[in-house]
Design a protein around this ligand. Structure first.
Ligand code: ADP
Ligand code: MG
Length: 372
């Protein structure tokens, strides 16, 4: 079964002063799990809202099983029952218990008896590991648990397609995994889904197709290996490339060390980098910036720390440019820090160039097992 479920033709959506969707033309087949990626503001949420009929279209057509759903006079409420939507903010009813949250729509709209709705809600809760929370209120649950309930609530309507708009971006990092696991479980059950996400590692693992959105539409559509490894079009290439690059700048001795640390960890997580590579990157940053460079640089230091991650090799290339007199970090007399640097990196090379940041240190970080 892989018939066409959804077809979008020349869809346009205009807001006063901005037209995020100019001409969208795509179709979605039954069982597709589509990750939607693209720069902020490119219209990803707008596209989901159009499919879910939360807003009128400016022009174009959307067909759901060959029925035109955005035509004037079409019953959006009936259609919306077939489309489940999960938002970044969980949107549970705060005054209802978990089980009432889940039972409300199926009893009101699908005509299920309370007993049927209760039994089916409990079965779904068991699947996501939250049966013990049946009578809890949303504010008694963690963000991750609330989002799992929101997914169950959508599933209780037996939708034909599920739309997720950044389902994990409002969560503490520690809770992302449990929600992703539930989304993966739903995907593996054969559900058709479209998932807007900034988490490229997740996008890649979960999807069979990726939509890269840009220039007012779905700019490139392809399998994840293709979009992430050999995108065909220029803007996709640029977007994918910059995801793999992290630049940090240090321009004071009182710089935000914690923030830099967090940025490196986040970069590693988004790229699905192995933990030992991330650990090495963190150690290198600490030793090179705070121990080896800052004590030696001029009164106004300037360090540009650039990391480019290669997911295929599971390796990171680090380039550190800094101001001041010619100084090769590796000639420092801080033997302890140098030992740590050598333990974390290889191919360490110093270069002197022209310009303000004339010193340049290059190094490679690989998985421990792969170091040669
Ligand atoms: P994305 O989800 O890709 O970050 P959105 O779909 O939220 O982007 O928004 C696309 C563009 O449309 C943005 O420029 C945004 O400011 C604008 N926009 C979104 N919703 C509205 C609205 N209800 N009214 C006016 N402008 C909007
Ligand atoms: Mg959005």
């Amino acid at each position: 079964m892989s018939g066409e479920l959804l077809r979008i033709e020349h869809l346009k959506k205009e807001y006063p002063g901005v037209t995020p969707l100019m001409d969208v033309n795509v179709s979605v087949n039954e069982g597709d799990v589509i990750a939607i990626i693209g720069p902020s503001g490119c219209g990803k949420s707008t596209l989901l809202r159009q499919i879910n009929q939360m807003e009128r279209s400016t022009a174009g057509k959307i067909f759901f099983r060959d029925e035109e759903i955005n035509a004037p006079g079409c019953r959006a409420d009936l259609l919306r029952q077939k489309i489940g939507m999960i938002f970044q903010s969980f949107n549970l009813f705060p005054h209802l218990t978990v089980i009432e949250n889940i039972m409300a729509a199926p009893t009101a709209l699908l005509g299920l008896s309370r007993q049927e709705a209760y039994d089916s809600a409990k079965a779904l809760l068991a699947k996501v590991g939250l049966l013990q929370k049946v009578f809890s209120y949303p504010d008694e649950l963690s963000g991750g648990q609330q989002q799992r309930i929101a997914i169950v609530r959508a599933l209780a309507m037996k939708p034909e397609i599920l739309l997720f708009d950044e389902p994990t971006s409002a969560l503490d990092p520690a809770m992302v995994g449990e929600v992703e696991a539930v989304i993966r479980q739903v995907a593996e059950s054969g559900a058709t889904m479209m998932i807007v996400t900034h988490d490229m590692a997740f996008a890649r693992r979960i999807s069979n197709r990726v939509f890269y959105m840009d220039e007012g539409g779905v700019y490139e559509d392809g399998p994840p290996e293709e979009i992430f490894e050999r995108p065909k079009r220029e803007k996709t290439r640029q977007f994918i490339h910059q995801l793999k690059v992290l630049t940090l700048s240090v321009e004071s001795r009182e710089f935000d060390f914690i923030g830099c640390h967090a940025a490196i960890e986040e970069f590693g997580r988004k790229n699905d980098a192995p933990q030992d590579v991330v650990q090495s990157l963190l150690l290198l940053f600490e030793e090179i910036v705070t121990q080896l460079l800052l004590p030696r640089l001029p009164e106004t230091p300037c360090i540009l720390w650039n990391v480019e991650y290669d997911p295929k090799e599971e390796a990171a290339a680090v380039s550190v440019r800094y101001n001041g007199e010619p100084f090769d970090v590796m000639e420092s007399d801080n033997e302890l820090s140098l030992q740590i640097v050598r333990g974390c990196a290889e191919n360490i090379r110093y270069e002197r160039e022209d310009g303000d940041l004339a010193n340049r240190l290059l190094l490679m970080v690989k998985r421990r097992g792969k170091q040669g």
